[in-house]
Design a protein around this ligand. Structure first.
Ligand code: MTE
Ligand code: MO
Length: 393
């Protein structure tokens, strides 16, 4: 029997056991060769998955359930079910922040107005469908992705759409105008308890183009759903979701002294601006810093020994993280995450860490990136720390 049986599990043994425990069996089986015969218990090492330990101090709000309507509508993804074989979130489980307005008529033809004055032109959603190409897997995270939401305002989709340059090239020229205002349909039948209507953001042209922004027509090979912005939405890889304007209906030029939109003001704090800049040009790009969190703590048994395995994700930033460190409670030291290798910062990367808690206790699990030059503002403030209570060791 190996000294550290959980660690000695092959990747496939661990995956099959995790699949069984997370109820992801059905979605996972297709991708997992001969997993039908794979046991929740490893015959080779005798390690057996008992279940997962819930995170404490979060909320009792359900995940994967549509809550509320229109501007207050939400759906929190269930990150605890993620398995490394599935890089994209199934569309019905992709988080929702703001549901479609009851005033939106999905049957009417849709177009995007390019420009704002008498020279404005319209481009139809059919034309954009025709121009659409695969844009790859990209992660989206709401800037207001909180503990309350089990940090489930974070998902990945395989997108199809049209690079933003295609639309910028068709914008009628406007004197002295240097910034780009992108807006969506935002009229609602009911008043919101939490948000102001007005999904729009102002970008500089280089920011938009260099981020790889595109107008999405499909996610995961299907047309966008109403709640995800049908028929058209903006996607800006590596920027917070608040800039990914849904129900996109207008792109226009504004001048360099254009005031910030109300939507920008609402998200100023959550996108780490200094105060709430009055002018759009004083906004820093709303990019996502490198971040990491545990998504599940698995409890295993081998013979009469209990062991734990922490499973997590890393995302955001502008380049891959080389070394990730984990700490269980402030009085312990950060140690390198045992199994972690990141080759691309978008969409997300899975990591695992075997853990033998020294005593029965409540533990706060924190991650940090071992690279002082990398900006990790949310990790630094413990934003994604998660708490578990260990009652068996
Ligand atoms: N028109 C419009 N677009 C919008 C919003 C909005 O309120 N109105 N919310 C934004 C926010 S805050 C986020 S996080 C993303 C969420 O996209 P999703 O619901 O498809 O996950 O949409 C963005 N696009
Ligand atoms: Mo958001």
């Amino acid at each position: 029997m190996p000294a550290d049986p959980i660690h000695a599990l092959t990747r496939r043994e661990w995956l099959s056991a995790s699949l069984l425990s997370t109820g992801a069996l059905l979605v996972g089986l297709d991708n997992l060769p001969d997993s039908q015969s794979a046991p929740a218990q490893s015959q080779r090492t005798g390690a057996k998955l008992l279940g997962t330990i819930p995170f404490l101090r979060e909320s009792s709000l359900p995940t994967e359930t549509l809550l509320g309507e229109e501007l207050d509508g939400r759906l929190y993804a269930d990150l605890s079910k993620l398995i490394p074989l599935e890089t994209a979130t199934a569309s019905p489980h992709f988080y929702v922040r703001t549901r479609a307005s009851h005033l939106l008529d999905q049957r009417k033809p849709w177009s995007v107005r390019l420009g704002s004055n008498e020279h404005a032109v319209e481009i139809s959603s059919e034309e954009l469908q025709r121009q659409s190409r695969p844009q790859g897997l990209h992660l989206m995270e709401c800037a207001g992705n909180t503990r309350e939401a089990h940090f489930g305002m974070l998902s990945v989709a395989d997108w199809t759409g049209v690079p933003i340059q295609f639309l910028l090239d068709r914008l009628p020229a406007a004197d002295a105008a240097s910034r780009i205002l992108i807006s969506g349909f935002d009229e609602y039948a009911t008043a919101s308890q939490t948000s102001r209507p007005g999904g729009s953001w102002i970008f500089s042209r280089p920011e938009l183009v260099s981020s790889g922004a595109f107008v999405a027509t499909q996610m995961n090979g299907e047309p966008l759903t109403a709640d995800h912005g049908a028929p058209l939405r903006l996607v800006v890889p590596n920027w917070y979701g608040c800039v990914c304007i849904k129900w996109l209906n207008s792109i226009s030029l504004v001048d360099d002294s254009a005031p910030s939109t109300s939507h920008m003001a609402d998200f100023a704090f959550r996108t780490h601006q200094t105060g709430s800049p009055a002018l759009a040009r004083d906004f820093q790009p709303a990019t996502i810093d490198a971040a990491a969190m545990p998504i599940r703590v698995e409890q295993w048994t081998i013979g009469n020994r209990i062991q734990y395995r922490v499973v997590g994700i890393v995302w955001g930033g502008s380049q891959p993280v080389k070394q990730l460190e984990i700490r269980f409670n402030p009085d312990e030291d950060f140690v390198p995450v045992e199994s972690f290798h990141q080759t691309a910062n978008d969409p997300w990367t899975f990591w695992t860490h075997t853990w033998a808690p020294a005593k029965r206790d409540t533990y706060v699990i924190r991650l940090r990136v071992a690279a002082p030059q990398m900006r990790t503002r949310r990790l630094d403030m413990g934003f994604y720390a998660r708490t578990v209570e260990i009652t068996e060791i």
